[in-house]
Structures are given as C-alpha cells and as structure tokens.
Ligand binder design. Structure first.
Ligand code: WTA
Length: 652
C-alpha cells in the first residue's frame, strides 16, 4: 500500500458527520433528494428543464448529440452569454442591483450595478469592434483581478469572439505560447497589477511576449498602477482602454445571436506533455451548467453577497466569479490582491465590510489561514456567512473542520466541490440543503452527472474500493475539444476507456457511496490548487544551458498540498554551486511563471531510469518523502538511487 493509499484509508474512517440544519434546509433552493432520482431517470429531460432558466433567442431542437469524443448540447438553439449575464437583468428590479463589488488591494473600491456593467460591456464591445474584432476572432486577456477583466470577457461573449484569459502571474513566454497557439488578434492588458503592495509589470511582460506574436494587431491597455505618461506605449499598436471606452460614448452593440455550440472561450491548462492544452468551451451547454451549479451548490439567493476568492485567470474564476453568478443576477465580490496584504486578516475584513454570505476558496488558502492563527478571523464579525465552499485540491479533514468552526462559526455547511478546467462546472459536490457532510469527502455527483470509479480494465469498482475516476455520461458544460488538437483531446481523455471520459484523478468510494478524491494519477502536479505538468517544468529546466537532464516530482507539502521537487543532472563538469541552484529555480519562474518555481532542486550525477530509458519518478518520490525505496528491479543501474538519497539528505 502506498502512503497515499494509507492516508485515504485513514480518511475514510473519519466518523464526523454534519447533517444540514433544519433552518438551512427549509430555505434551501433544493432540499428534496428526489432530484437525484429524477435526473438519473431522464438526464436529458433534467438538463432541458434546467436550461429553461436561460433566455434563448431560439429554442433547441435536439438536447444532446453524443458520439464520444464529440458532444453537442442544445442543438439548433441560439443564445448569447453576455445577454444572459447582463441585459436580461435590466428588465427586472435587478437593474440597479450590485453585479460586481470590487475591492482593490490598496483599498480602493468600485461597485458596478447591472446597468453600469451593461454600459461598460457595451462600450468595450464597441471598442473591440472598432479595432476589427469580429465573431470568431480570438482575444487574449492578460490582466490582474480588475473589473475590466470580466467586462472584457462579457464584451467578447457579446461579439462571439472567444477569449483566452492568461493568468497575470504567467511569464512572457507562457503568454506568447498561448497567443500563438490560438492566433489571438487583440490583447487586453494593463500597465501593471497590484500584488502584495508591489507592481507586477504586466505591460513589460506583454511587450516581451509580443516580440513573437504576429497575429496581434492591437493592444488595449488598462491604466491601473501609475500615471499614464509613465507607461511605454507602442505607437500604432497600443491604445489606452479609457480612451477607447470614451470614444465608444454611449454606443451599444447588439449581442450576437450565436449557435449553442459557438466557442465561448479557450482556457489553457497543464497536461502530461511540455505544452499546455487549450480547452475549448462553447456557449449554450456551458451556460446551463454553470448557471445551474452556481444556483444549487452555493444555494445562491438574490439577497446574497457572494464571494469566490479565486483568480479569474483559472477556470474557477470563469465559472464562479463571472458566468455562473452573473447569469443568476447575483452580487459577486471580486478582490484584487493577496490574502495577507496588508495584514493576515484581509479576507475577514472584506467579509465583515460587505457582510458576505458565501465564501468559496481553496484548501491551500484555508491551511495558510490555519497556520496564521484563529485570532485573525476571531477579530472580525463573520456572522453574515451562511455557506462555505472549497475547490482545487483534496481538503484534509482538519482543514475542513477548522474552516467550518473558525470561519463558519461552527454552523455553516461546507461544500467541497470537485471539478476541472475540462469539466467547466462542478461535478462532485454536496447539495447543502440535503447532503450529510463528511469532512474530506466531495460526497456525490451532482444530479444528472454519472461519475464512477473503475479499475484498469474499465470495470466499475464496488463500494469500498478505489481506482480511476471517470464520467460515463456527457454533461452540458464539458469542454468540447482541445483547440487545434482533436487528437490530443481523444488520446488524453477518451482513449483509456472507450466512450468514457477519464479525469486523470484517482478516487475511492466508501461503503455509503461517498467519493473521496486521491489526487492525480498522471504526471500533473497540483501545487496550491494550480495544475502544473512535470514535463513543463522539466522542459523549462533543460532549456537552461547548464542542465543536461531533469526529473520533476510532487512532494507532500503541509500548506500547498504539493510542492515541486526537481532533480537535475548538469552538463559537462558544471559545479553544483548554491548560486546555480538558485539560478535554475529562478529560470523556471521566468520561463513559466513564479508558481512553477521548484521548492527543492537537487543536482545529481544520474537519474534513475528503466532499461528503456524512462525516468522513474516514483522512486524519486520515495526518496523525497523519506520512504523505503520501492521496487528497483527494473532500474538500469540500482546504485544511482543511493547516490541520489545521499545528495537529498545533504540538501535537507
Ligand atoms: C483537483 C480546478 C480534490 C483534481 C476547478 C482535478 C480536486 C484538478 C478538487 C483540476 C476537490 C479540483 N477535491 N481534488 N474538491 N477540485 N481538484 O483544472 O486533481 O485547475 O483533476 O480545475 O484539481 O484542476 P483545475
């Protein structure tokens, strides 16, 4: 039994149970478990019933066309996501309701009502159109957490121009790769972003990226950090966002009536090769999926002030800061900065200030809050909170219980939501009005979702057992393909088990049918809730002139879940100086972004390889985590490991 297996078996003996409070259930959006049976009996009927909550310009004639790996939802329907997130609320009392409540890191604030959001989205769409953006063109967005980001996303959706949001922490090279891969025509960026009181030089990074991006014709620059005259603008290419918005005046742009399967966005994520993959999400099904899950998983009500503390650069921000909440007419808080700036109580200040009712964040953040101490939340009135959520990585029961006790006053449900960039929407999650919670378990598949755990042969594993997490039926918000690489889409997700979607995650189900997520079973790491491919980091390392070979693994980490460990062999007679080690770590940060910088980097004479030359990462993990080294019989040279072990112990 591996250590991971051991941990999960211990987890499954967790005997604390949290039934929903009667008070919560009596007001919950869903409280009758009958919904599971109904959805199971007729999934297509269930999803078309859910789809009635969306405003369609034209109805569909077929709910689902499924020919794995190709899936289409609501065929023949016409719809616009921007219309559903903005325009339709103007016909109701929500017109002057807060849509986005934005808190800047330095403490400045901005609140956009739905009417104001409508104006901004239209002005932005008009500006994009003047710059030549048409239906089908790709637009890259490289911004910090500022209101201009959702505004630009909704403007793209209005025009039918798929956006690709690139996380503001990514390097120029990562930005360039993404722009080149999808041939974006326009880039929207900013003169900088605030992070821990310092400026992230987005514009400088963008300028470097654009040295190799011939598809980009124009750049719109949001002025966020310094007087405009301090920015270096490239004549004929760069324009200020505020000038273009002014030039739009009160122009409006009719939302395009789009086919249900029209592309909405491309979002890049790490996989098992060195090259990130662009998951393509489309319009109608995605909207139905995120609208429905936002409403029922968060029990979202019109009176709520809802806060998802993720970054819009990741899928969580796309689905649960922007499209899910806004299509529901919710008031969504958006915070620009770090959770510990200027103090470790920043989140609790924000909750108290806005009387937030719902908080959705990552286990990494929760573990950091635990470490910083309960006195920080205790110093604030958090009594407005009525529901908590987590996403991005497995949550350990201690963190779950701490979260509920210290943030949720020992009273709120905690929804642990499992999903992926590929799935678009939450798929395994409690329903807070009915699910009896077990700390550490994401509980059950959402109604209309058929998840299973299978063995190598694709056979369903009985309750109590573990294996690969798969999805046996399509769901509306699933990605449709990998942009420009249909073959990889098939290989990665559909080739292991015919007709079934393979998640890349391992999971177990206990005797009561609860799902317990075990983490990735492939060469993808989850560092502080961010997906990073070991191959990506390895490619970055070997691009350094001193490195001959590299192997990267995940190492258990108290706060981040996993940390990055790298083993490298150096070229020629390069000496492994501490300076070189630091330089190599920084080099990875420059190549990919600071989140990919290895925590530990060990130079070694050789790497453990099989006779066919495959690096045995499993053995490196054993060394790094101090375990008795596993089966080494297939190693070409078993002596290599002892040398690495000695090196590793020296470094620790
Ligand atoms: C992991 C983030 C356990 C999982 C929405 C998945 C989780 C990957 C959970 C997707 C959870 C996400 N419990 N593991 N509640 N949520 N994961 O694409 O390994 O950034 O495959 O999407 O994160 O990461 P991604």
């Amino acid at each position: 039994m591996s250590e991971k297996e051991g941990t999960i078996s211990a987890l499954m003996t967790e005997d604390r149970r949290y039934a929903p409070a009667a008070e919560f259930t009596s007001h919950a959006n869903w409280s009758d478990p009958e919904v599971y049976q109904r959805a199971l009996g007729d999934p297509e009927g269930f999803w078309s019933e859910m789809a009635r909550a969306i405003d369609w310009f034209e109805d569909w004639d077929t709910v689902l066309e499924w020919d794995p790996p190709t899936t289409k939802w609501f065929l023949g329907a016409r719809v616009n996501v921007s219309y559903n997130c903005v325009d339709r609320h103007l016909k109701t009392w929500r017109k002057n309701k807060a849509a986005i409540i934005w808190e800047g890191e330095p403490g400045d604030t901005r609140v956009l009502t739905y009417q104001e959001l409508y104006r901004e989205v239209n002005r932005c769409a008009a500006a994009m159109r003047r710059l030549g953006v048409q239906k089908g063109d790709r637009v890259a967005l490289y911004l910090g957490m500022v209101p201009e980001l959702p505004i630009a996303m909704l403007a793209c959706a209005r025009l039918g121009a798929p956006h690709t949001v690139v996380f503001g922490g990514f390097s120029p090279e990562s930005l360039r790769d993404r722009i080149v891969d999808c041939h974006a025509k326009l880039l929207v960026t900013a003169d900088g972003a605030w992070r821990r009181g310092k400026v992230v030089d987005l514009k400088g990074n963008a300028d470097r990226a654009l040295e190799g991006c011939p598809s980009i014709e124009n750049v719109l620059v949001v002025n966020r950090v310094a007087p405009p005259e301090q920015a270096s603008m490239v004549e004929g290419r760069d324009r200020w966002w505020h000038d273009e918005m002014d030039a739009s005046g009160t122009d409006t742009v009719e939302p395009e009536s789009l086919d249900s399967e029209h592309p909405l966005y491309i979002l890049y994520t790490s996989g098992t090769t060195g090259k990130p993959k662009g998951l393509l999400h489309t319009t109608g099904g995605y909207l139905v999926g995120v609208h429905t899950t936002a409403k029922y998983v968060f029990d979202l009500k019109d009176e709520d002030t809802y806060w998802c503390a993720a970054d819009v650069g990741w899928v969580t921000g796309h689905s649960y800061i922007v499209y899910g909440p806004l299509s529901n007419g919710a008031s969504s808080i958006m915070y620009e900065g770090a959770p510990d700036y200027p103090g470790k109580n920043r989140f609790w200040q924000i909750i108290e200030k806005y009387r937030a009712n719902i908080l959705y964040t990552a286990p990494t953040a929760i573990r950091a809050f635990m470490k910083w101490g309960a006195e920080h939340p205790a110093g604030h009135d958090l009594s407005s909170l009525r529901l908590l959520g987590t996403v991005g990585e497995p949550i350990n029961p201690e963190a779950w219980v701490w979260y509920r006790d210290n943030i949720g006053s020992g009273r709120t449900p905690v929804v642990d939501t499992w999903w992926q960039t590929e799935t678009g929407m939450t798929l395994i999650t409690p329903l807070p009005g009915m699910t009896v919670l077990k700390p550490g378990s994401a509980t059950f598949p959402f109604p209309g979702v058929e998840a299973d755990i299978v063995d190598e042969a694709g056979e369903s594993v009985p309750l109590g057992g573990g294996g690969y997490l798969v999805l046996k039926r399509p769901w509306p918000a699933m990605a449709r393909t990998i942009w420009g690489d249909a073959e990889r889409w098939y290989d990665q997700y559909w080739s292991q088990f015919p007709g079934i979607y393979f998640t890349g995650d391992g999971a177990k189900r206990d005797e009561d049918g609860y799902f317990w997520l075990l983490g990735r079973v492939d060469d993808v790491l989850n560092v502080a809730g961010h997906r990073i491919g070991t191959m990506e980091v390895e490619s970055a390392l070997v691009s350094h002139p001193s490195v001959a070979e590299a192997a990267v693994i995940g190492i258990n980490h108290e706060i981040k879940g996993q940390a990055i460990g790298a083993f490298v062999t150096l070229r020629g007679d390069q000496a492994a100086s501490p300076e070189l080690i630091t330089e190599l770590k920084l080099h990875v940060g420059e190549k990919i972004g600071p989140i990919a910088r290895p925590d530990t980097l060990i130079p070694t004479g050789e790497l453990p390889k099989t006779r066919s030359g495959k690096i045995m990462r499993r053995l490196l993990r054993d060394v790094a985590e101090g375990r008795v080294v596993g089966d080494t019989t297939t190693l070409q040279d078993p002596g290599v490991l002892d040398a690495i072990k000695d090196k590793y112990e020296e470094t620790e």
